[in-house]
Design a protein around this ligand. Structure first.
Ligand code: SAM
Length: 273
């Protein structure tokens, strides 16, 4: 039997299609999401409906965003889900979650077994809409979940950890082995819950500055801050902020990155030519 065919659909690699086939895992994910009637629930990449069916059973209506035209068409004609679904056949990377939350009159609950090839850029896209999102539940590569929750001093701690933890409280929910999918991916997976903070613990004046500092620091993660960020902060300025200049990018907390960002916003650098 061709292991790429599931329920009569040939899994498309370019769309990151690995379909969930494990009832226990599916049940656990639906319990973690705990959808309630009246909520504005949006699934990214419903595929063949492994999660859409049990979530949809609990709701009068739900919304899905699916890039694959054949799969979107299949859902449209699904016997019990079809009439409940609002289907956007489009790339979730181009979806305006803020406009949709306004239209729904409430913050969105977003979930999905994400296509692994775009999961990190997709999360960054979603972080720009955290005001419009109540919570998110995602199946990701386990390694990405480790990076999301990592703290300073750990190898997994990086730009994704800082940016995600800036916006959200992050809770790992469940680990999922390759055999729970058809076709089986080569890596372990895990489900994570991200809850955007109603009020940010370390607000920054300009998010682009935080983004720039984390890119530059972690781009040279083996170097000391004096080297990697020396063009932005003098040793004296770092010391004034109680940040030891001989530390590396991975030793600085989210709060300290935010402190650096706010200092830089308040002390703009002369334009480079
Ligand atoms: N939810 C299903 C399941 O758990 O069995 C399918 C998950 S599969 C890992 C990822 C799904 O996302 C596929 O249905 C794929 O077609 C869809 N997809 C891929 N790229 C997408 C994108 N940019 N926007 C929306 N959906 C996408």
């Amino acid at each position: 039997m061709n292991n790429r065919v599931h329920q009569g659909h040939f899994a498309r690699k370019r769309f990151g299609q690995n379909f969930l086939n494990d009832p226990y895992i599916i049940d656990s994910i639906v319990s973690a999401i705990h959808p309630q009637p009246g909520e504005a629930v949006v699934e990214i990449g419903p595929g063949l409906g492994a999660l859409t069916e049990p979530v949809g059973e609990r709701l009068e209506r739900m919304t899905v965003i699916e890039l694959d035209r054949d799969l979107a068409a299949r859902l449209q004609t699904h016997p019990f889900l079809g009439p409940k679904l609002t289907i956007f056949q489009q790339d979730a990377m181009t979806f305006d979650f803020a406009a949709y939350a306004r239209e729904q009159g409430q913050a969105l609950r977003v979930f999905g077994n994400l296509p692994y090839n775009i999961s990190t850029p997709l999360m960054f896209h979603l972080f720009s809409y955290t005001d419009a999102i109540r919570d998110m539940h995602f199946m990701l590569q386990k390694e990405v979940v480790n990076r999301l929750v990592a703290g300073p001093g750990s190898k997994a701690y990086g730009r994704l950890s800082v940016m995600a933890q800036y916006y959200c409280q992050i809770i790992p929910v469940l680990e999922v082995p390759p055999a729970s999918f058809t076709p089986a991916p080569k890596v372990d997976s895990a489900v994570v819950r991200l809850v955007p903070y109603a009020s940010l613990p370390y607000p920054v004046e300009d998010i682009r500055t935080l983004s720039r500092i984390t890119t530059e620091a972690f781009g040279k993660r083996r170097k000391t801050l004096r080297n990697s960020l020396g063009h932005l902060f003098t040793t004296e300025v770092l010391e004034e902020m109680n940040i030891d200049p001989i530390l590396r990018a991975e030793n600085i907390s989210v709060a300290q990155y935010c402190q650096l960002a706010n200092w830089l916003t308040a002390h703009p650098q002369p334009q480079e030519n």
